[in-house]
Design a protein around this ligand. Sequence first.
Ligand code: ARG
Length: 471
Amino acid sequence: MSKLWGGRFTKKTDQLVEEYTASITFDKELAEEDIQGSLAHVTMLGKQGIIPLDDVDTIKEGLHRVMQKIKRGEIEFAVADEDIHMNIEKTLIDDIGAVGGKLHTGRSRNDQVATDMHLYLRKRVVEFVDLLHKLQAALLEQAKANLDTIVPGYTHLQRAQPILFAHHLMAYVAMFGRDAERLQDSYKRINTLPLGAGALAGTTFPIDRHFVASQLGFDRIYENSLDAVSDRDFILEFLSHASIIMMHLSRLSEELILWSSSEFRFVELDDAFCTGSSIMPQKKNPDVPELVRGKTGRVYGNLMGLLTVLKSLPLAYNKDMQEDKEGMFDTVKTMQGALQLFAPMIATMKVNKSRMREAVNMDFSNATDIADFLVGKGLPFRQAHEVIGKTVLYCIEQNKFLLDLTLEEFKQFSKLFDERIYDVLQPENVVNARNVYGGTATAQVSEAITRAEMGLEQTAAWVAEYAERSK
Ligand code: ARG
């Protein structure tokens, strides 16, 4: 058979044009969704009396056979048949004969491809919420194991105030929690059915869009047929959320790389997640976080790419929109790889508690606390800040830390100091003094862990429910 749209043409398509315009090399990824959508569509055509029920049965059996053949790798997709939609339709017609040509009644590839993308992405969104959940669980376990580990907290990458390492990890649990929430929220927009919009204006056949929606588990249908076939916001939204997820992973990657360096030695990544150097025998390189940091760039690029494709496109479908796929598939693959590796890498990471403690003991990150101590004695904060600044300067000149100073030395800077400051300056006390909701005190971090565990249970329940709904 010649091209499915060949009737109007008198010449063969130029070979290069055929190759240039085809999308089958990448949209074959949508085979399962395409058949899923077709099965619902043809069932509806039968129910509405648009095509005979016998034909519906023949087409459905044929579609199931085509799916099996694709799964077994028995079908050679042809560039001449342009895309997955026409490759499947052609295979179907080859299999069941001319009756297969009734499948496309009341439908266009424009609403068909949009439907495929919605079906594809809703599955991926559920999988990503699950992957984020697993990473959060791994971070949470490390947090529980490090509820007594004190580490310098940084601003400007300068030691600022000591914090629990658990508190630091819980910040990432919160970040990935927001990421999961964003994806969950986007589900309702992804789960909207475009099919029935036809090429752009609807169709002359008495179709039942609501029936198709319920067959495919869509919660809503597009209100406007032009919007239905032109909308790629749901993909943009996914790419935006993916960009934020990768940005979070990249920040964590950067910290893991720093912490693994000889300068920090705060953590050691498991051998299974590192690689060596071909020349320097001593090297153990944190390649995984480095690559995740690097691959963040392509995910941002995919977002910018699609935004740029869609910018200025007139309604409704334009062939430009075929460019929505590769970036989306690439983003899915890139993020799957990163998230799949991150959870076990975090779970197996060794935390060097003594090295962290050493770092805390050798810094001035307790300086705020003696300023607060002077405030407690009635000194205005600004003056206390000045006094401690001078004290720290003195320490630096003397090559000492605050806890090394005698009370006499402290008193040179303010008469208000007394021996209680030695208690105040202990890292444990510095940490536990920050006993506000969301602060780093052990009691607060324990509660944060409990709250996060409850949140994770809810996410797991959502994943179970929506994985079922998105099949
Ligand atoms: N392969 C096309 C795409 O991905 C399918 C839609 C084609 N529609 C059309 N009117 N040519 O965008």
